[in-house]
Design a binder for this molecule. Sequence first.
Ligand SMILES: CC(=O)SCCNC(=O)CCNC(=O)[C@H](O)C(C)(C)COP(=O)(O)OP(=O)(O)OC[C@H]1O[C@@H](n2cnc3c(N)ncnc32)[C@H](O)[C@@H]1OP(=O)(O)O
Length: 455
Amino acid sequence: MHDDRDDNNAVSRSVPDGTSAARLAERGLRYALVDTASDAVLDAWLQADRRGFHAPAPPADSMPRRRDAIRGLRLIGVWDDAAPAGARPDVPIATTVSWPNELTVPGGALPMYAISSVTVAPTHSGRGIARAMVEGELRAASSAGFAIAGLTVSESTLYGRYGFGPAAMAAEITIETGRARWTGPEGPGTVVFVDINEAPALFGAVHERARLLSPGDVSTRGDFWASLTGADEPDAESTRARRFVVYREPDGEPTGAAMYHLTKHPDVFSKHTLEVGCLTAASDAAAGALWRYLLSVPLVQTVKAPLRPVDDPVRWLIGDFRAAAVTVVDHHWLRILDVPRALESRTYAVPGRLELVVRDALGFAAGRFSMIVDDAGRAVVARLADAPERDAGADASPGEHMELDAQALASLYLGGVSADVLARAGRLGPRSRGAVETVDRMFRTARAPWLSTWY
Ligand SMILES: CC(=O)SCCNC(=O)CCNC(=O)[C@H](O)C(C)(C)COP(=O)(O)OP(=O)(O)OC[C@H]1O[C@@H](n2cnc3c(N)ncnc32)[C@H](O)[C@@H]1OP(=O)(O)O
C-alpha cells in the first residue's frame, strides 16, 4: 500500500510556485508558504480560511487541536502588506491547502494531490488571486510527480477553467419511509449503537476498507473522522444531536457505520426527518442492514441521504421504487497532470487501441498519445510525436482517434460519464466519433465512481 506520509513531507516542504509569486507580486501581494512552526501564523491562516467560507470564528480552546490538524499540510497564504490601517496585515487575504492522498481507481489506487480551502477575501476578489493560487498548486503537484490532482467544490463553475472535470457524481436520495417497505435480504449481522468516543476509529476503519471498493474514493487525513463525527467538539449542539450505529458481522467485526441526526417536524411528532451524515460499508450486507435500520427508525417520515453513489442499490431494496427521489450532483473533480501515468494506473474492461489528442491550455496534459490495452486490461500509454496526422497506412497505427480537452479526459477517467454523452454534448473533437464505442467499452466500470466524503 502506498504510504501517504512520504509524499506529505515532500509536498508540505516544497517551495511555493515562482510564477504565481511573481504574478501576485506585480499586484503588490505576497504569496508564500505558511510558517507552520508559528502558532500565531497558523491562527491567522485559520481565521482567513474560516472567514472565506463564512464559518464562525472557532472557540479559543479548540485552537491547539485545529493547529495540529493542519500543521503537516502544505498551507499557502497571500498577504496584502499594504492593507490600510485598521486591517490586520497578518491575516492572509487568500488561502489554499494541499496534501497527498490516495485515489481509488479501477484495479488499484494512485497518489493524488488534494487541494482545498481555496479562499479569497471578498475585499480582494476578481483580481486573479484564485487563478494564481490554483495554477500554482497544479505546477507544485506536477513538479512533485503527481499524475493527478483532485478537489471537491463549493460551486461547479469554478474549476473547469483549470482543466478539472467532474469525474464522480453523487446522489442525494430522499426516501418516504411510509412507502419504502423493505424487500431486501436480511444480513446475518447486527446493528448496534456506538458511543461518540468510539465513532472516529470505527468509522475510519470501515471507510479504509470501503474506499478501496469505489473508484473515485480517497484515503482520509488523521483528523478527518474526529471532525466528521464531531468527536473533536463533543459539546457542540450539532454533535450532541448525532447518533452513531455500526453493523457488526456475527463474529463481531465492524463492516459498516452510519451517522445521522433528526430534524424535528414543527407540529407533528411522527413526521421527523432523519438526515444521514455518513454511511460507509465494506460489504453489501452491511450497507443493506444500515439502510434497513435508517428506514425503520420510529417517528421518521423522511430519510435524506446526500453524497450517495449514483448506483446505490437502495431503490432495489425497497418495495416502492417511487418512494425514493434521487438528485444527481457533481462531486469529485479531477485534474490529469500526467496522461501516461494516470491512464496506466487503472485497468480497463476490454483490450483496445486508441490515439488520444489532448488539448490543455495549461500544458500539463497536452499532446498526442497512443494507448494500447492488453487482454489483462493493463494499458501502455506513450507520448507520440506532435505531428497533427498519423500515418493512416502504417501498421503501427495507434488505433482509433479521440480528440478532447483535459477536462473531458478527467471526466472520462473513472468511467463516470460515457464518451457517447460527451460526444453528443459536443465535448469531443469532430474526428472522435469513430472512437466513442471503443472508449466506452474500455473505460466502463462495474460500479459508478463515487467519493463518499467531502475534503
Ligand atoms: C477546492 C475548494 O476549496 S472549493 C472552495 C472555493 N472557495 C469558496 O467557495 C469560498 C468563497 N469564494 C471565494 O473565496 C472566491 O470568490 C473564489 C476563490 C471562488 C474566487 O476568487 P477570486 O480571486 O475572486 O477569483 P479570480 O479573480 O482568480 O478568478 C479566476 C476565474 O474564476 C472566475 N470566477 C471567480 N469567482 C467565480 C464564481 N463564483 N463563479 C464562477 N466563476 C468565478 C473568474 O471570472 C475568473 O475567470 P477567468 O480567469 O477564466 O477569466
